[in-house]
Design a protein. Sequence first.
Length: 210
Amino acid sequence: MITLDYTKLLKTPVATDPFPHVVVPDFVPPTALDAVLADMPALEKRGSFPVNSVRLGPAAAALMQAMEAPMLREAIEGLFGIDLQDAPTMVTLRGWTSERDGRIHCDSLAKRVTVLLYLNRQTEAWARQEGCLRLLRGPDDLEDFATEVPPVNGTLLVFPNGPTTWHGHRRFVGPRYSVQLNYMTTDTKARSELRRHRISAFVKRLTQAA
């Protein structure tokens, strides 16, 4: 079991600029975050790893289970007024950011809602705004942002996806742990994306075993 701060999440008002979202610092409380970080695998290459393709210690595994639990789903439904009861979930883990990451983009519309949970301790790099996620007003200017989210201290970010949910970050190279949970649509594109991640998980398990 792991304790997450659902009380803080439910009390956080939904911001609307530049699109609906909530940011919740310390959603993973400090003592729980210490245990999770101690149980995380060393990921020294870029890319998103399905959580069942990496080896997690008990606290990290408990966090991944909590991310897919009904309590978080129901909280997000209440905050944004949406129905996610039939939405499949997809959870991936990132641990390394390269110079190729952070470019301005919107997530695939097969992802109804994006949930990002940041598992890094505060450092000078984040204070310099390197690698801090920016929620943008358009697709052309990384400096035209309404909200900047330091990827530290168990901070949670949630936003429903749409054609104008632009986001990105300044160049950062190094360790940058985040969990991404997506509530998916049930159409062909979403099924294809879920299948691709399952195949990726299988291949990565084979690679680890070799």
